[in-house]
Design a protein around this ligand. Sequence first.
Ligand SMILES: [Zn+2]
Length: 375
Amino acid sequence: MVSASRPLTHSGLPGATSGSLSVARRGAPRKDSNADGAESLMTETAIPTRTPTATVVDDTVVPFQVDALDLRGRLVRLGPLVDEILGRHDYPLPVSRLLGEAVVLGILLGSALKFEGRFILQTQTDGIVPMLVVDFVAPGKVRACARYDKERLATAMAGDGADSGALLGRGHLAMTIDQGPHMSRYQGLVPLDGGSLEAAAHEYFHRSEQIPTRVRLAVAEEFHPGHDGLRRRWRAGGILLQFLPSSPERMRRPDLDPGDAPEGAAPHVVAEDEAWTEGRALLETVEDLELIDPALSHERLIYRLFHERGVRVFRSVALAAECSCSHRKIMDMLRRFSSGDRAYMVENGAISVTCEFCNRTYVIDPGELESESAG
Ligand SMILES: [Zn+2]
């Protein structure tokens, strides 16, 4: 058990700074409402409703809430899930890392769906990676894939132009919510302009949802000694934080574009709400390592960040890498082609189809198709 006053111990990946990580350094500049500090005394006794657990459970998303600051968020940590998705594709490292970030972002956003539904995150750009797709089916099935330009990637990797902004390039990021045939489909678009996925997500929430939001994404490879040398394993993690006060007036933002204001007009200055300033500052202290550390539980990290204000943690949701492709679906797809087209696809007596999402190959006997489509 961890008491509120004791700094949590940070045990990291090899090469990480170890030792204790004091929660005090998280202190964002904040003002107490009264001079004698009565408010801060009060909030310090408002301890989390659950004691942080030390158990690390990978491939889960944990929602949390900081009532004192009107903050809501979700934390995701991925182990086997992201290793399976990236391992199956085995893209070059920079592409894997970028797709890993997209997977984390897709889960952070898609896990907001309360019931059944599908969330699709897709980029379409002129970059070295012109397409990334993450397909999330509530409550927790994920699949993802990417396309990349081999030659341009090799050139970029030979130089130092393989950061995520350069890989993504310019175009847009589309987010689609599909909640079944009886609900209208929603699509939000945000421009990608040589920046990161994190930046695009911030832009989306700023412009479209107008909810103050911050997102952090991290992806890394872990190395384990095996009998034939080091074995690589992917890990990833991310956190999303939103400011949702009961009065929408408090969500106003200081940096909205002045629009068609006459040139030279003084910009409209709006002070950001102090609760959001504090929340944002706390989130900025999260290190990539903390998001992927296999020895740090979700709850310990959430607690480490927000315990001074009192944080509530909700039931976690399990996630899995799962594709929806099947022999049946491939057959149905092939049946939509004419038999002439299908004959053209036959190689060595069979039609083989590879699912772009999971890289699984289905070998179909053309005879089986012809007999079924005839009947
Ligand atoms: Zn598949």
